[in-house]
Design a protein around this ligand. Structure first.
Ligand SMILES: Nc1ncnc2c1ncn2[C@@H]1O[C@H](COP(=O)(O)OP(=O)(O)OP(=O)(O)O)[C@@H](O)[C@H]1O
Ligand SMILES: [Mg+2]
Length: 279
């Protein structure tokens, strides 16, 4: 018998997705169990964001099946492509809240304060009364270190603070799985740590997460499993030590080698620039 807490909360089977002639996902299979933190790594354009967006049904997948806690993500009639019908927008918003997503570019509403951004889903999707939504928003904003910023607009916050609002907004919905897409890649290097610390805390609490990242040290620290995607397919997966130390696949080896070289040169450029600015 499968232990209930070891049953997959997200089950992805044979998922395909094309944009016009460009097949971006070529049959992806992935199970994520409750409490797991799965880090997805892979080259630019390999389909990482598309996969997360399919789980959240911000993108319609063409074939295969994605279930979250046993419910097909976006279609009413199960995975048979021929007869499946898209769910109503109302149903989709409700299901999307189970797979709350945090975006690279924060995607906050600019005319709403930090607290109002967090409250929006609680009010509109969960139907909570205003006072209760506000209470939850304040609690989560305090948890991410923004107790004194609840009434600030996004434009009055640093990138790292905006992203922490984005994370508070997602976890406030109490999703079954949290999806994080390169949540630090739009940030200045000195702001990355404050956001990663929040993610690490959430992982330590046992929240289920699928996160796409280019921060390999972070992936190694936070992930229970690392998945390497290349050209729309999972090429390797395993414990962080297996992936980073043993590098069981030639493409993975090449990716990690290129990756290290790129970051070394990016850091050198950054340091040279800083030296120039300070002389
Ligand atoms: N809305 C879209 N319309 C057309 N093509 C798209 C669309 N979204 C993504 N693609 C294409 O799908 C492929 C995969 O894109 P995706 O954003 O999933 O890659 P990624 O692995 O997240 O890359 P990165 O690391 O750069 O974020 C790319 O070739 C991209 O051009
Ligand atoms: Mg991406």
């Amino acid at each position: 018998m499968i232990e209930p807490d070891r049953a997959p909360i997200v089950s992805i089977r044979g998922v395909t997705k094309s944009f016009g002639p460009n097949q971006v996902l070529k049959g992806v299979d992935l199970n994520v169990r409750r409490g797991e933190v799965v880090a997805i790594i892979g080259p630019s354009g390999s389909g990482k964001t598309t996969l997360l967006r399919c789980i959240n049904f911000l993108e319609e997948y063409d074939g295969g099946s994605i279930t979250v806690d046993g419910v097909e993500a976006g279609y009413r009639d199960g995975p048979e492509a021929r007869n499946r019908r898209r769910r109503s927008e109302r149903e989709l918003s409700r299901l999307r809240a189970d797979t709350a997503m945090v975006f690279q570019m924060f995607n906050l509403f600019p005319h709403l304060t930090a607290a109002e951004n967090v409250m929006l889903g609680l009010r509109k999707v969960r139907g909570q009364p205003k006072a209760q939504a506000r209470e939850i928003a304040h609690r989560w904003l305090a948890r991410v270190g923004l107790a004194d910023k609840v009434d600030f607009l996004p434009s009055q916050l640093s990138g790292g603070q905006q992203q922490r609002v984005g994370i508070a907004r997602a976890v406030a919905m109490d999703p079954k799985v949290l999806l994080l897409d390169e949540v630090t890649s739009a940030l200045d290097p000195e702001l990355v740590g404050e956001v990663l610390d929040v993610v690490i805390e959430l992982a330590e609490e046992g929240r289920t997460m699928i996160l796409v990242t280019h921060e390999m040290a972070f992936a190694r620290e936070v992930a229970s499993r690392v998945v390497f995607i290349d050209a729309g397919q999972i090429q390797a997966e395993g414990a962080p030590a297996d992936i980073f130390d043993r590098q069981p696949n030639e493409r993975l080896k090449a990716f990690l080698a290129r990756f290290v070289a790129f970051h070394r040169s990016a850091r050198a450029r950054h340091e040279a620039q800083t030296r120039q600015e300070t002389t």
